[in-house]
Design a protein around this ligand. Sequence first.
Ligand SMILES: [Fe+2]
Length: 592
Amino acid sequence: MLGVCAYTHDSAAALLVDGALVGFAEEERLVGDKHTKVFPTQAVDWLLRDANLSRADIAAVGYNFQPAGYLRALTDTPTHLVRSATRARAVPRARNVLKVYRRTRARLTMLAQEFPAAQVTPVLHHRAHGLYAFVSSGYDTAAVLVVDSLGETQTTTLAHARHSSTTCDYRVIDQVTDPASLGYAYGAVTEHLGWRRGDEEGTVMALAALGDPGRFADLMARAIPMTEHGFALDPGLFPLRVLSRRFARVSPTFIHATCPTRRPDHPVEQVHADLAAALQQRTEQVMLHLTRRVQRLTGARRLCLSGGVAANCVAVGAIVAEDLFDEVHVPPAPGDSGTAIGAAAAVHLDRGLSRPTGLTAQCYLGPHYPGLELPPHPRPGLAARRPAHAARFLAEQLANGLIVGLFHGRLEAGPRALGNRSILASPLRPDVVDRLNRTVKFREPFRPFAPVVLAEVAPRYFTLPQLAPYMSIASGVTDRARRTIPAIVHTNGTARVQTVTPRQNPFLADVLTEFARLTGVPVLINTSLNVKGKPICGTPDMAVDCLIQSGLDALMIEGWWIIKCESATASGDSSVPVWSTRRMAGAATAGC
Ligand SMILES: [Fe+2]
């Protein structure tokens, strides 16, 4: 069974074989186009190749939207026509809904043509989000909260999920529907502040730590009022959604009350930080309100969070700190790409089959390159060799102050690099952190770097009361962390920590152990292996390009150590991949 997220953003595919998840890949990592919406051809081809299957072997396809669900939005049209704040957009919105409905039906037809032997099933978007979160948690029962921009009409769902010995009962208890959408509001303000909606919300979240939420707190409370069932949006501040660039997502009243829309190349001022802070504070308040409600309605002791808003690690940290649940689980890919797994799981469960396997505690699900061999000079200006003890060697180089890209094992799922497609650096060297910002990541100076820590010693540095294997929760830090590794502590005193165990990622755990042996600190900076504006590197060639195009000192790729020994070029001979699986003579001893 194949699960597909396609044609909207963050295209991805997941494959279940005999009830077990055998792989998942996000197309952007394989084609180099961030948030791509194309059909995930590369991901599907890899999944089938890896499982030794063909398209004709696919018996069922789950798609992560239900076209019929869009039509329910039309029932609101008379209400929108009556209200003065929504009247102007009521008809364009209705036309838009019909257009999306027809387009999604056409997509299902395209999917049926791609997989002629398969039954194609549209899955309710929030069910795909929620099932992925629940099935990947390993919990037997849990409350599930999905918060995103928009499914068909749902923007927030509260559910109770339970596994039995034979099936999975996933029951939605309450919902919030469009136009009330927390994801829409966060994206609208992100765009107003000069960053890309649907991509750079994390930058706004980081900026929030530098602002005074009080300045616009009343405005945000008016814009996103809380209700008994959840929340609403004031259409006078966040106008009705119409999927077209011609229809702005914040109103002139909102702009007048805050600031002019910031151009991306204009400086970030205090007013922008203050607005970000108010938005973030309101988001946390609403998320806590929803969390309390889903706890009350289900009585569950564990919570699964999903949807794009669940990527807001500061809000998740606030939920964990509230201590309403024994544990909170956010899957590694809470955004739409993860719905590919949820859609496959839904189709599987709807056939009356028992719970799918291979999902629990799994984030390394993508393509890998075992047996990778490199020539002595993978590109002009680069040299490759193979150190005897890769983890120890890497830890020594990091302790010496090198900034290193790490490409190892299977590609991780989701927006965070979790050690297999990462850039690692020492948090103990202020010069390294500065260089990382200036020459490698080229990002806003107010954005902190995330740490990865050995789970068994995490409490020495972080106050989070649970594990965080997917870097999805902002944690408080201890005095020791503030004193020894301030580089990973954000202005608001938190860190978006990844905890790692030898079982979860043996190589990364070895690197941390060796780094601790050398420095006394089992913590490294872990940021994604990519250059600005590009997705995380999914292939060896992309990783080598990243080494060449950035200030990285070196790249460790499947145990190979690659360094620049003269002015390297990204072009090389583009017809020949940098890697092969054929051993090449002399490769193990090559160097500058
Ligand atoms: Fe979504």
